[in-house]
Each structure stands twice: as C-alpha cells, then as structure tokens.
Design a protein around this ligand. Structure first.
Ligand SMILES: Nc1ncnc2c1ncn2[C@@H]1O[C@H](COP(=O)(O)OP(=O)(O)OP(=O)(O)O)[C@@H](O)[C@H]1O
Length: 234
C-alpha cells in the first residue's frame, strides 16, 4: 500500500546548518501520527518541510507516491496539506470568523469542513465570531487556528505544538477536538512535546532526536523506557 504522505531521506538545511538528517516517515490515510521529541529535535523543521515552508528536494516528500518536496506552501494547501502553525499565527486585525474564512482560500475539494461544522465542534467560537481574535483566551485562539486549517478541507492536518502554553483542562478540550477530526476521516499529524497527550491521541508515533528518527511504533507496543531513551537520549 502506498502511504498517503511519506518522506524518504528528508534533509532540511538552514544555510549551512543541517536540522534533519534523512528522515523516513510514512502516514497512511485516516491515521493519527504524532512526532515527539525534545526542544530542537527537528519536529517543526519536519512540519515546515511538509507544508512547503522549508525547502526540500522533490523526491524527499511524496504525496500519493508523487514527489512534492519543495512545493510552495499555498500549493501544498491546494494539494490537501494544511498546517496549524506553532504559536497559532492568527491575524490580529481580523475577527474570529474572518480568520476562519482565510482558510477557505486553499480549498479545492469539499470534505465537509465549513463554518457550521467548525462552530459545531467549537461552540464558543460561534459566540465570539465577531470578536477580534486577540481578545480570545489562548485555548480559544488555538481553536481558531485549528478551525482555519480545517477550512481548507485538507486531506491531512499538520498540527505544531497545539497544547503549548495551555492549561491541562484546555489541552483536554483541544484533544477532544482532534478525536472529532479523526472521526471525520481527516488524517492528522501532530507534533507534540507533551508525551502523554501524544501517546493517547496517536495511532503511531515517531520520536525525533537531533534531526533523526530515534524510535517509532504504536504507543501500546513501546515501553516507557524505550520512549524515554529515544526522547531524552539517556
Ligand atoms: N530558521 C532557522 N534558522 C536556523 N536554524 C534553525 C531555524 N529553525 C530551526 N533551526 C534549528 O534547527 C534545529 C531544529 O529546530 P526545530 O525548531 O525544527 O526543532 P523542534 O523539535 O521543533 O524544537 P522546538 O520544540 O523547540 O520547536 C534546532 O537546532 C534549531 O535551532
């Protein structure tokens, strides 16, 4: 079976500095995959390459077996790969609804994500639809960022550190939304420093260390020690 999205020997450079050293990752349609790893392991660089924000060689990233590495970010969205960026990156001068609508620009296929389905998942956003995004709490802003990504009706949603800086109760809400997204046949790739959140949500995990995959497998099949070794390098 051809994976929906896969990388083969993916390398990412920032000038002379190499952040990723030959990453092989495969994501099948309908799966939720988590990339875990400590600060600087290369998780964001990986998502940036998948979303076209960081350059890569064409055949280092395959979508349905076709080379897409180095494709411009907007064209990746049109191909069905949407990013929920670290730090949310909402437009501060726009309302909640305007921020959500920005996401529709890359939409090429209707997979059922629209304002109604986003508001169904996050009712608080409907209440606040006309408020400026800056007036929302951190958790609500994260909901807008997830909603904006979904508004492009992606095949795969790439989520970078969606629990960062949120209280445990809000993290629970955000991950409840991930369950809804999964149940609607959207493939999800999450980058997460919160190990327990990642292990709970993911069908499979990849652990990165210093720009390389240090461990991969299904959460239930990996021992706590193996994960800690791969994560911290102890
Ligand atoms: N724009 C950049 N220019 C130069 N080096 C960078 C840039 N972005 C990231 N790096 C470096 O690449 C390496 C991987 O960083 P990356 O942000 O991908 O890791 P990460 O696992 O996402 O960490 P974090 O959780 O801190 O975001 C780090 O050494 C980082 O300093």
């Amino acid at each position: 079976m051809t994976a929906m999205l896969e990388t083969h020997g993916l390398e990412v450079f920032y000038g002379d500095f190499q952040a990723l050293f030959g990453i092989d990752v495969a994501i099948n349609a309908g799966e939720t995959v988590a990339i875990i790893g400590s600060n600087g392991a290369g998780k964001s660089s990986f998502l940036n390459a998948l979303s076209g924000l960081a350059g890569s060689k064409p055949d280092h990233i395959l979508l349905d077996g076709k080379p897409v590495g180095g494709t411009a970010p907007f064209d990746m969205v049109k191909l069905g790969v949407a990013l929920v960026p670290e730090g949310r990156k909402l437009f501060p001068s726009l309302t909640v609804e305007e921020n959500l609508m920005i996401g529709t620009h890359g939409k090429t296929v209707d997979r059922g994500w629209n304002l109604a389905s986003i508001y169904d998942m996050f009712p608080i956003l409907e209440e606040r639809r006309n408020q400026m995004s800056t007036t929302l709490s951190g958790g609500q802003q994260q909901m807008v960022a997830i909603g904006r990504g979904l508004m492009s009706n992606p095949r795969v949603l790439l989520c970078d550190e969606i629990s960062l800086g949120l209280s445990p109760a809000v993290v629970k809400d955000v991950y409840a939304a991930i369950e809804v997204i999964k149940s609607r046949d959207t493939t999800v790739l999450i980058v997460e420093q919160d190990l327990s959140a990642a292990l709970k949500a993911a069908d499979r995990i990849y652990c990165f260390m210093e720009g390389r995959v240090s461990l991969q497998g299904r959460p239930g099949e990996l021992s706590k020690d193996a994960i800690q070794n791969a994560y911290f390098g102890v």
